[in-house]
Structures are given as C-alpha cells and as structure tokens.
Design a protein around this ligand. Structure first.
Ligand code: TXA
Ligand code: MG
Length: 318
C-alpha cells in the first residue's frame, strides 16, 4: 500500500472512532480522535493503561493549540514557536470541551505538534486533534519501529502506519505551564539546556515526586530482563555464572565475557544513542539473558533523557 493511501485509510479509521498506530519523530503513537471518549477508551484498554495516566494530544498546526487550552503564557508561546514541529509537549490549562478521559480528569492538557510527515498528514486528514500515548503495553519500552508495534499490539489496533525507524528515539520533553513557573515533567528529545536558553530557568521534578504527572511512575520503560545501572567492574566476578548483556554508550574498551553487547553510539554521540536506545534494549531483552548491565551516560543535553529512561527501566518499584 502506498503511504498516501495508507494515511487516507488511517484518517478514515480515526474519523470512524477507531485506533491507528503511527510514526512520529520520537516514538510510535497509538492514536484516536481526541474528542471521541469511546475511541480514546479503547486506547487505554489495548495498552492496559491505568485511567489516571493522561494522554498527549497531537495537532498539525500550531494555531490549533488555542482551541484546546484556556490561555497560552508568553513563555509557552515562545517555546512552541521555536520548537514546533518537534519533540516538545506543553501542559496548559485545558478548555472545557476536552473529554475527561484524555486528561485523566486533570484541569490541564498536554499538547504537541510532531515533526513527522506521516503524523502530520494523518492529523490533517482526520480533521481532528489525535490523542495518542506511545504504542506499547503500559510500562514497557516505547516502540521506535512499526515492527515493535506489530509484535506487541498488532492484532489489537485497526491499522499500523509504517514510517520506518523514529529518528529521535526517545519521547518528547514535557514542560508544564499549569503552575506559576515552567516545570520540566519529563526530559526528552529537546534538551533542558536548549529550553532554558529560550525561556530562562525551568523547575525540575525529581523522578519520585511528580504529583502533576501521574504517568511518571518510577518503574516504566522496563524490559523483562533486569537491567542494572549502578554496577562496578570490581563486582563483575559475582556475576560470572550468569548470562550477561551489556548496553554500552560508546565502544567498550574491554569486552569481558558478555553474552552480547549493544553499542548505542560508537563515537559517543547523544543523538545517535537516543535514536538507538529502545531498539537496543529490545534486542537484549529478546536474548533471554539473566541480566543486562547498562553504562551510565553523562547527564547533559539528550544524556538526561537517556539516563531518565535507564533509571525507570532499572527501578524495582512497581
Ligand atoms: O514523544 C511523545 O511524547 C510520544 C509520542 C507518541 O508523541 N508520546 C508519549 O505519550 O510519550 P505517553 O502517553 O507515553 O506519555 C505521556 C506522558 C504521560 O506519562 C502523562 O503522565 C503525561 O504525558 N501527561 C499527559 N497529560 C498530562 C497532564 N495534563 N499533566 C501532566 N502530565 C501529563
Ligand atoms: Mg509511554
């Protein structure tokens, strides 16, 4: 099927109250008409996502933001003007007619304009904003290829649009403007440094204290194989009878006795590492290893989003 024909079919499904998986620049989303509460409810069922975890609403024109929210503070306006389309989600006070199921009953709504031609065409042809979480079962890694979606949710969605691998590879950065000061709710595809250069200081919510983002549970993005991040080479001996995989940021210097090694970016480039992160973890997870050791990356730029996902993947809390 040609892309244009697939998108036309996807838009027809969305308009008819169905659900469609589609590529964005960050990860694949699972979308429904944001104004159709029954269609949105199917997303929660298919993902087994708790209803307290609100969705992001995707738009195709920056001007549509004002239809969804009460007011746009100047710093939010500045950010969206500079960074949309792109991996930035803004949380603002919502307009009354947004169904409660989309926002989990919160007074605020999360909105973004994705930077992917297929996503933008799908939204335009559907003629409605599309509410979409990442297209994975709740708590698991986000999909960055159409095959990832097919493997996990394939028979439960009405259509999967295939746009190849997602170029950014980690989810959007979420900034909330629903309090007095802008607050980073989730590090992601745009770095905090870039955002602060545009609007000044942004508050940061620590992982375990995110009252305004119910979906930010400590354990998330988790593969089935345990991942360990805070390991020490001195202790590798104690793992010697185990099948161990290694998730390396750069080419490792000593190859020890790992069963399998995934290198995120040979030259240590954050962008390349983020784009490879979820696929690499999935490949390791498929090998039935006892353990995955992950290498920490520096916490600057996109490194912050990579470390956030790794910490959630390793957290033992449910
Ligand atoms: O890159 C992305 O953002 C991808 C693509 C598909 O756009 N979407 C994505 O959606 O990552 P999801 O549902 O996996 O994560 C959205 C997060 C949730 O954890 C949720 O808690 C938060 O956004 N969120 C949504 N609405 C919110 C609100 N009103 N206030 C605070 N957090 C909100
Ligand atoms: Mg998700």
């Amino acid at each position: 099927m040609k892309d244009a024909e697939a998108i036309r079919q996807g838009a027809e499904i969305i308009r008819g109250g169905g659900i469609v998986a589609f590529p964005t620049e960050t990860v694949y989303g699972l979308g429904a008409d944001a104004y159709n509460p029954l269609a949105v409810a199917r997303i929660f069922e298919v993902k087994r996502r708790p209803y307290f975890d609100p969705l992001i609403v995707h738009i195709a024109y920056p001007a549509h933001l004002k239809k969804l929210v009460k007011k746009i503070p100047s710093s939010a306006k500045k950010l969206t003007e500079k960074l949309w389309p792109g991996p930035l989600t803004v949380v603002l006070l919502k307009e009354e007619n947004i169904p409660d199921i989309v926002t989990a009953g919160l007074p605020s709504i999360a909105v973004r304009m994705p930077d992917h031609p297929m996503a933008l065409s799908l939204i335009k042809e559907s003629k409605c904003p599309i509410a979409a979480p990442s297209a994975n079962p709740f708590g698991y890694l986000s999909p960055t290829t159409a095959e990832h979606v097919q493997d996990q949710l394939g028979d439960q969605v009405d259509l999967i649009l295939d746009g190849g691998p997602c170029p950014v590879g980690v989810e959007s950065t979420i900034v909330s403007f629903s309090e007095n000061k802008p607050r980073l709710l989730r590090p992601g595809g745009v770095s905090l440094e870039e955002i602060e250069a545009m609007i000044g200081k942004v508050e940061i919510s620590p992982i375990k204290d995110r009252p305004s983002a119910p979906g930010m549970l400590p354990r998330h993005y988790a593969p089935r194989t345990p991942i360990v991040l805070d390991w020490d080479e001195k202790h590798l001996d104690s793992y010697k009878d185990k099948k161990i995989g290694f998730l390396a940021f750069q080419e490792p210097e000593n190859f020890l006795k790992f069963e399998h090694i995934e290198v995120l970016s040979k030259k240590g480039d954050f962008r390349e590492a983020a784009a490879n992160l979820f696929s690499a973890i999935r490949r390791l997870d498929a090998l039935h290893l006892d353990l995955i050791l992950a290498e920490a990356v520096p916490e600057a730029g996109l490194g912050r989003a990579i470390m956030d996902r790794l910490r959630r993947a390793t957290s033992k809390e449910e």
